[in-house]
Design a protein around this ligand. Structure first.
Ligand SMILES: Nc1ncnc2c1ncn2[C@@H]1O[C@H](COP(=O)(O)OP(=O)(O)OP(=O)(O)O)[C@@H](O)[C@H]1O
Length: 330
């Protein structure tokens, strides 16, 4: 086996949702995927399909909302994170797995200078450093994420930095523990397009330089095409298609993936009208019977209304959950 491609994270048949145990509404069901070592894995889908819930389940960060993992395993470094209690998870969270979020402003403390905030994390991860050593390490991290004049910016307040710089500060914090896995939940959605590209390029570079794996959440297939190696498409709490980015872009097998790809600007033929997917994705608690995509699917047949399709391989590293995945529909 190629050791470089061994999975660093394996999520197996994960069922999780919000509410009290026994009465919780499942937001994700049967979610299975692997993030391989040194690879960028893209999790893509429309708003509300369960991308954030999947990521947050891994490190169980829900800002106090009652949350239940009903079934499944989250295997990381030989441990099952789903079976760990909070105290055990603290040893993993922010040490071996770091996470960055969509809005870099709310994730920073507005009353603390950025250097001190990064320093706090450095101290936590590297005990026994002198103040001068902490400072040196912070400045090094700020430089590593491409912040120029790092010594000066050490003393800046978060509000003095642009959105792109703030996201870089958060990436510096996430990197201070040299994580094996970085979970980035829509890290660039709040940023404008040029800054988005810079931050994504930085993640890509770090993956190569530091060798970490990245789980990147996005609703943008263009981002997946440019920055990810492997991907999964989510719809209504389930993964409908997964595999290498090259395989899925060349040969999408799920009508939902196909529709998302059709809507990519580069694929839109100027002579044909863009066909958006009619209708809205259903919210947790309102999933239809059968295939969850069938009310919006122009290829749906009787079976799709009744029977939920299992995810099955269409080639060695490409799986799809659609009753019609083997047919030539397009
Ligand atoms: N704290 C919460 N309490 C109850 N339900 C929630 C909570 N957070 C999310 N949900 C529900 O779980 C489902 C999945 O939401 P989630 O945020 O994971 O989707 P998403 O794909 O990440 O969407 P977005 O791109 O908008 O963040 C949705 O139906 C949502 O309403």
């Amino acid at each position: 086996m190629n050791v470089a491609l061994a999975p660093v994270l394996q999520v197996e048949n994960l069922h999780a949702g919000f509410g009290q145990a026994g009465r919780a509404q499942m937001a994700i069901e049967g979610v299975t995927f692997q993030v391989r070592k040194g690879r960028v894995f893209g999790l893509v889908g429309e708003s509300g399909c369960g991308k954030s819930t999947t990521c947050r389940s891994i490190i169980r960060l829900f800002g106090g909302s009652p949350f239940v993992i009903e079934q499944g395993q989250i295997l990381f470094d030989g441990m099952d994170l789903a079976a760990m209690d909070d105290r055990q998870l603290t040893q993993v969270r922010g040490r071996k797995i770091s996470m960055i979020f969509q809005d870099p402003m709310t994730a920073l403390n507005p009353t603390m200078r950025v250097g001190d905030q990064v320093g706090e994390i450095v101290r936590r991860n590297h005990t026994g450093l002198s103040s001068a050593q902490v400072r040196e390490k912070v400045v090094g991290l700020l430089r590593e994420v491409g912040i120029t004049s790092a010594e000066r910016r050490f003393h800046a307040w978060p509000h003095e930095l642009s959105g792109g710089l703030r996201q870089r500060v958060l990436i510096a914090m996430a990197l201070s523990c040299a994580p094996e896995l970085l979970i980035a939940d829509e890290p660039t959605t709040a940023l404008d397009v040029t800054i988005q590209a810079q931050v994504l390029r930085l993640l890509h570079e770090l993956r190569e330089r530091v060798g970490m794996s990245v789980l990147l959440v996005t609703h943008d297939l263009g981002v997946v095409a440019q920055h990810c190696d492997d991907m999964a498409v989510m719809y209504a709490g389930k993964i409908v298609e997964s595999g290498s980015v090259a395989d899925i872009f060349a040969n999408p097998r799920h009508p939902y993936t196909r529709a998302l790809l059709n809507a990519l600007p580069a694929n839109v033929d100027p002579h044909h009208k863009l066909e958006p997917i009619a209708g809205e994705p259903p919210a947790a608690g309102h999933f239809p019977a059968g295939c969850r995509f069938h009310p919006r699917c122009k290829f749906a047949i009787e079976r799709c209304h009744i029977e939920s399709p299992e995810s099955e391989n269409v080639s060695s590293a490409h799986a799809c959950a659609c009753h019609r995945k083997e047919e030539s529909l397009w």
